[in-house]
Design a protein. Structure first.
Length: 123
């Protein structure tokens, strides 16, 4: 078994903090107003911080995970995935789960800070 180093201890503490935050964020998602409890999330099409973000149900199951929901940022597909607890993550903000695909698109725009989203290669 590897020795416990400061780096491993801090990594474990960060993981526990993230898990606790995700659990806290997921609690409101279980409410009756949560679109995930009524099927697919609602489609959206808006301009957020000067970037066009869109989301809609997709007949093509998501990359590897079959989410069946497509999210686009300026016409480029943002790979999103729904977690078992109902939260959503994207390839851009993978470690920050959010409650909806729209929130995932907004988080990606925030994280990109004006940079272009490059297509995610589907192996």
């Amino acid at each position: 078994m590897p020795a416990l180093t400061r780096r491993r201890a801090l990594t474990a503490a960060a993981a526990l903090t993230a898990a606790a935050a995700a659990h806290t964020a997921a609690a409101p998602a279980a409410s009756a107003a949560d679109p995930m409890h009524h099927g697919s999330p609602e489609p959206f099409d808006e301009v957020y911080k000067g970037r066009r973000i869109q989301g809609r149900p997709s007949s093509m199951g998501g990359h590897h995970h079959g989410t069946g929901y497509a999210v686009l940022v300026d016409g480029v597909e943002l790979h999103v995935m729904q977690n078992a607890d109902g939260t959503w993550i994207s390839v851009v903000s993978h470690y920050a789960p959010v409650t909806t695909p729209r929130a995932a698109a907004r988080a990606a725009v925030d994280e990109l800070q004006g940079a272009r989203l490059l297509p995610f290669p589907a192996n």
